[in-house]
Ligand binder design. Structure first.
Ligand SMILES: [Zn+2]
Length: 321
C-alpha cells in the first residue's frame, strides 16, 4: 500500500511537541448562550449585538457564567490546548459576576493557564462605563479594548486604554478593523497611538480584517507602521467566515487577518477561537484545528513550521507568557 503523507497529523504532532495549542482570544463567559429565541438575532449588526447581550449580562448568575466558562475550558483541554486568553464582560450590567466566575474557573482548572481581559461593551468614555472599566483593569492580566464601542472617539478611547495599561504595567489587546470595509483605518490609528504612548511591542490587534479592503500601496505602508509599533495580531478565521455581502469595490480577498502579507513583514500572528455558540457565532464549536485550517486556506499559506508557531509559541508571546 502507498504511504501517504498525513500533513494534518504532522502539524498536530508538531503542535504537541511545541507545548500544545494556545488560544489567544475568546469570550468564554458567554459561550453556549444560544437559545432558539437568540438565534433569531444572528443577522443583527455586530454593534447592535453588544447591546443585545445586555439581558444576558444582567440575568446571568456567577454560576451560569462559571458553567459556560468551564464547558469551554473542557472543550479546549480535550484538544490539547493548555493556554487560553479570554475576554470577560465587566460593565454596569454584569458588574463583577464574570470576574468571580473567572476566579473560580482559574482555581478549578489548574491544568489550564488562563489569561483574562476585560470587555467594556459600552465603551469607556462615560463616567459609569469608565468606573467599571477601571475596576476590570485592576483584575485582568491584559487590558481589553473594543474600539467600535466608542466610534467617532477612537483616539480618546485609545488614550485611556493605553494609559490604563501603562500605569498597571500590563499589555493591551484590542478589537480593530472588524467590518471588512475600506472605510476602516483603525489599525493605522492604533499603531500611531502605540508609538505616541511608547507601548511598542506591548499591544495586540484582534482581527484586522479590513486591512484587506485597502489598496496594496496602503497595505504596504501600514505593514511598515505595524512593524514600527511592533503590533502583533490575533486571527480568528471561523469568527469571520460569515462576513457580510457588500457592494463596495475592494481588492478581492477573503475575510481573514492578512497572514500571507504580515508574514512577509515579520509581524507576529496568533490564533483565536473568538465567539462560541452565541449570537455572534451560533455554530462555532471552539475547534482550533478548524481555525488553523481556515487561516491557511484563506491566506493560501502552507508553511508548516510557521503554522505550528502560530498555534503555539506566537500565542504565548501574544499573551505575554
Ligand atoms: Zn472578540
Amino acid at each position: 500500500m502507498l504511504d501517504f503523507w498525513d500533513i494534518k497529523q504532522e502539524i498536530l504532532t508538531k503542535i504537541k511537541k511545541n507545548g500544545g495549542w494556545v488560544n489567544c482570544h475568546g469570550h468564554m463567559d458567554r459561550a453556549y448562550s444560544l437559545t432558539p429565541e437568540r438565534l433569531k438575532l444572528m443577522n443583527k449588526l455586530r454593534e447592535e449585538k453588544w447591546q443585545l447581550n445586555k439581558e444576558l449580562r444582567k440575568s446571568s448568575t456567577v454560576t451560569d457564567i462559571y458553567e459556560r466558562m468551564a464547558k469551554a475550558t473542557e472543550t479546549l483541554l480535550e484538544q490539547g490546548c493548555n493556554v487560553t486568553g479570554t475576554f470577560i464582560d465587566v460593565d454596569y450590567d454584569v458588574k463583577d459576576k464574570a470576574i468571580k466566575a473567572a476566579e473560580k474557573v482559574r482555581s478549578q482548572y489548574k491544568e489550564m493557564k488562563f489569561v483574562f481581559l476585560n470587555q467594556s461593551s459600552y465603551g469607556i468614555l462615560t463616567e459609569e462605563s469608565r468606573k467599571w472599566f477601571e475596576y476590570g483593569a485592576d483584575f485582568v492580566d491584559i487590558i481589553g479594548g473594543l474600539l467600535k464601542a466608542d466610534q467617532g472617539h477612537e483616539k480618546e478611547h485609545l488614550d485611556i486604554l493605553l494609559q490604563a495599561a501603562k500605569t498597571r504595567s500590563k499589555m493591551v489587546h484590542i478589537h480593530v478593523d472588524e467590518n471588512n470595509i475600506m472605510k476602516e483605518k483603525e489599525t493605522e490609528i492604533l499603531a500611531n497611538k502605540v508609538i505616541e504612548h511608547e507601548m511598542i511591542g506591548k499591544v495586540v490587534g484582534i482581527h484586522g480584517i479590513s486591512i484587506n479592503a485597502h489598496p496594496k500601496e496602503y497595505r504596504e505602508s501600514l505593514y511598515k507602521l505595524i512593524k514600527q509599533s511592533q503590533l502583533m495580531f490575533i486571527a480568528c478565521p471561523m469568527s469571520w467566515i460569515n462576513a457580510r455581502r457588500s457592494e463596495e469595490l475592494t481588492p478581492t480577498h477573503n475575510p481573514v487577518t492578512p497572514l500571507d502579507e504580515m508574514y512577509l513583514h515579520g509581524i507576529t500572528v496568533g490564533l483565536g477561537i473568538d465567539n462560541i455558540g452565541d449570537i455572534f457565532m451560533a455554530f462555532n464549536d471552539a475547534n482550533l484545528w478548524n481555525d488553523l485550517r481556515l487561516l491557511m486556506e484563506c491566506n493560501r499559506f502552507y508553511e508548516v513550521d510557521e503554522l505550528v508557531k502560530i498555534a503555539t509559541s506566537n500565542g504565548r508571546k501574544i499573551l505575554g507568557i
